[in-house]
Ligand binder design. Structure first.
Ligand SMILES: *[C@@H]1O[C@H](CO)[C@@H](O)[C@H](O)[C@H]1NC(C)=O
Ligand SMILES: *[C@@H]1O[C@H](CO)[C@@H](O)[C@H](O)[C@H]1NC(C)=O
Ligand SMILES: *[C@@H]1O[C@H](CO)[C@@H](O)[C@H](O)[C@H]1NC(C)=O
Ligand SMILES: *[C@@H]1O[C@H](CO)[C@@H](O)[C@H](O)[C@H]1NC(C)=O
Ligand SMILES: *[C@@H]1O[C@H](CO)[C@@H](O)[C@H](O)[C@H]1NC(C)=O
Ligand SMILES: *[C@@H]1O[C@H](CO)[C@@H](O)[C@H](O)[C@H]1NC(C)=O
Ligand SMILES: *[C@@H]1O[C@H](CO)[C@@H](O)[C@H](O)[C@H]1NC(C)=O
Ligand SMILES: *[C@@H]1O[C@H](CO)[C@@H](O)[C@H](O)[C@H]1NC(C)=O
Length: 623
């Protein structure tokens, strides 16, 4: 609770990065840091830690000289749930280079290199490979180009059971909207993960800031490569200015064109081979500038570019195409790789040498469709109301990445909205202690709900009756009290309703009772106060206020009627008595009359019996 409050406060107090004029949006976070940090040599500002969903700050070890010189990190133990995130708000719509640096916890008990998955905006972009922290030249970060359209950036870390994810730093750097346009598939539906970025012939790796590059380029990291294979090539460089290097949309630093690898007489082809994941699409960007002083004009160096043996670019003449020496040429190509290696070959076709200045390789990743935001909101409300234990996580998007859905939430893709929706909640026996909020009805695609075996209290929300698709509702073995909402009777698809072993009371709604005769399997037992269907006790008079008023009125009218009758009867008796008193004066005549009438009645009675006897003997006069 305290931590949550603290987190909330941190959100409020979080520095708002300035976004004015033509400068691109840039946000850097030093994870685990209590104060803002400035790092040498460029005095780069890293905000103190904020926007995380959990985890523990600690001192960190930088696994590589490539990582920024920060000393703290944040790690996420599995006990805090399998997925944890940084959710950064107020990010302007745009195209971003998102970079996440990894670290190692600087404590002796953390001797294992953690392996985990990283997702950006719900799309899995990287799985840390075994050994990532052992090689000084390995990239201890993942970088991806992504369009952020909803004002937030969500970066999540998914445990895979190999140690606790540990994050050193996060960078969210805006780039040109058209940066790395590679063709019609480009846009919101795709994410480009940087696989590698090589400055050929450079002696040292460098970031864009080290080259004083344009900020709209996203402070790219250029690893250095001095040879593709011993003896096959040699590095060259120039101090001359390079024309057209820093053009939009990509604003490359001039320096990457000032070095190059050149093939040798013994080995005229330049070939770069790398390991890749099979069956993926890659976007390949090749950079050239004619900086070899032995070439002075067009037609002197002509080459083909082959990717895995396919001629991809034919008859490239850098000077002809750019119009000059020391002028930048960028070629890009999307390539589907089937095998486990990718080989780029520069093959001279006019007997000269091959040249290349820089290579960029991106994996093209199809962006996941997200979960319907209203349903995500409802699940978050549910998480708080039910007191969901930390270990269940429930951070990030419930359904994506598809490899790491929230446990307890079943997902289905909705064709009409192109979003994921929740069709099942399976949180049985999870030690939940809270209550079920009305908001559950915002999960309008639910078919199954099983919350059996928890300690959920309070009433059953009547809003459940609006989830038309609901087929199974199991709330058994909880502490639900109050009555069963009438609205459950509206659920025409309901097949299973288990409300047994709760503290429910009152009459089972007649609408449900009727349904039960048909297809619905139900269990209402072990609820002391429930009544009204076979198997439960019969209900005492259970009346609505209206009925009570009606009955009260009825009783009043009846009483009034009785009182009136009694009065009438009494009055009549009085009259008779009075009459008798008068008669007593006129006796005996009146008395004789009374006796006479009694005699007549008796005779009639007798006459009947005689008549029956008479019928047996023939027609009777009396019948
Ligand atoms: C991190 O290291 C500093 C000294 O460099 C120490 O004072 C601090 O307690 C450490 N923090 C943790 C969480 O171990
Ligand atoms: C990349 O190549 C495609 C053609 O394959 C081209 O349309 C596009 O403009 C190129 N991108 C850039 C940024 O030059
Ligand atoms: C690669 O691209 C092709 C054509 O755009 C597409 O059909 C295929 O699904 C993509 N493969 C992957 C793994 O993304
Ligand atoms: C480039 O080559 C074409 C023929 O392939 C030629 O017509 C053109 O003049 C050349 N351009 C330059 C600048 O040399
Ligand atoms: C959704 O669309 C896919 C392909 O477009 C189709 O195969 C599937 O049957 C559809 N599902 C529903 C529920 O309409
Ligand atoms: C709900 O979960 C409980 C406990 O896991 C299980 O026994 C029960 O069968 C489930 N209910 C339904 C209707 O499947
Ligand atoms: C249900 O239980 C809560 C306490 O958990 C109590 O406040 C409430 O009055 C009860 N409702 C009914 C209808 O008994
Ligand atoms: C109904 O619930 C009771 C107690 O909660 C249980 O003992 C019984 O087995 C259940 N009946 C069925 C048919 O599941």
């Amino acid at each position: 609770m305290f931590r949550r409050l603290l987190l909330f406060l941190t959100f409020l107090l979080a520095p708002k990065p300035s976004y004015t004029g033509p400068a691109p949006y840039a946000l850097r976070i030093s994870c685990g840091a209590r104060n803002d940090v400035h790092t040498p040599p460029t005095n780069t500002l890293w905000y103190k830690d904020f926007a995380y969903t959990g985890g523990i700050p600690a001192n960190g070890t930088r696994p590589s000289f490539i990582t920024p010189p920060l000393t703290t990190l944040r790690y996420f133990p599995l006990s805090e749930g399998p997925e944890n995130c940084y959710n950064i708000n107020k990010v302007p719509h745009g195209h971003y280079s998102v970079r996440i640096f990894f670290g190692l916890v600087a404590e002796p008990s953390f001797d294992n290199e953690p392996l985990f998955d990283v997702s950006v905006e719900g799309t899995l972009v990287y799985s840390l490979p075994s050994g990532w922290s052992n090689h000084d030249d390995e990239q201890a970060f993942v970088e991806a180009l992504v369009f952020l359209e909803d004002g937030t950036a969500s970066l999540c870390f998914h445990s895979t059971g190999h140690g606790d994810p540990a994050i050193l730093a996060i960078e969210i750097l805006q780039v040109n909207d058209g940066a790395y346009y590679f063709g019609p598939d480009y846009g919101q539906g795709t994410i480009l993960r940087t696989d590698r970025r090589l400055s050929c012939g450079a002696q040292n790796p460098k970031y864009g800031v080290d080259y004083s590059a344009n900020h709209w380029g996203g402070d790219r990291f250029w690893n250095s490569i001095t040879t593709f294979g011993a003896g096959s090539d040699r590095a060259i460089s120039t101090n001359s200015n390079i024309k057209h290097a820093s053009n939009p949309p990509n604003f490359y630093p001039e320096a990457i064109y000032q070095t190059a690898l050149l093939s040798t007489d013994s080995q005229p082809d330049l070939a770069y081979t790398m390991d890749v994941d099979p069956n993926r699409n890659y976007s390949i960007w090749l950079h050239f500038a004619e900086i070899d002083p032995s070439v002075t004009g067009a037609g002197q160096r002509i080459f083909d570019v082959l990717i895995n043996g396919d001629v991809t670019f034919q008859g490239i003449d850098i000077v002809n195409m750019t119009g000059d020496i020391n002028s930048a040429l960028v070629l890009n190509k999307t390539f589907a790789v089937n095998g486990r290696t990718l080989t780029i070959t520069i093959h001279p076709t006019n007997g000269g040498h091959a040249i290349i200045n820089a290579i960029e390789i991106f994996e093209i990743i199809m962006a996941e469709f997200k979960t319907l935001s209203d349903e995500v909101g409802a699940l978050q409300t549910l998480k708080g109301a039910l007191g969901l234990p930390l270990r269940l996580g429930w951070n990030g998007d419930p359904c994506v990445p598809q490899q790491h859905p929230w446990s307890g939430a079943d997902c289905q893709f909705d064709n009409t909205s192109s979003k994921w929706v929740i069709d099942g909640l399976g949180l049985d026996n999870q030690g939940l202690t809270g209550f079920l909020p009305n908001d559950i009805s915002r999960l309008g695609h639910l078919q199954n709900i099983n919350l059996s075996g928890n300690r959920i209290h309070g009433s059953i929300p009547s809003s459940l009756g609006t989830i038309a698709s609901l087929q199974m509702l199991d709330l058994s073995y909880n502490f639900f009290n109050g009555s069963i909402p009438e609205s459950l009777g509206q659920l025409t698809l309901l097949r299973i309703l288990n409300l047994n072993s709760n503290s429910l009371s009152g009459r089972v709604p007649a609408t449900l009772g009727g349904k039960l005769l048909h297809r619905v399997s139900f269990n209402f037992t072990d609820n002391a106060g429930l009544c009204g269907i076979p198997g439960l006790r019969t209900c005492g008079p259970h009346l609505s206020p209206g009925a009570k008023i009606g009955i009260g009125f009825g009783v009043f009218v009846a009483l009034l009627f009785i009182v009136t009758c009694l009065t009438c009867w009494w009055k009549r008796q009085q009259n008779i008595l009075r009459a008798q008193k008068i008669a007593a004066r006129d006796a005996p005549y009146a008395k004789a009359r009374t006796h006479f009438s009694r005699d007549v009645q008796m005779t009639r009675h007798h006459g009947h019996e005689n008549a029956r006897t008479a019928t047996e003997n023939g027609p009777s006069l009396l019948s």
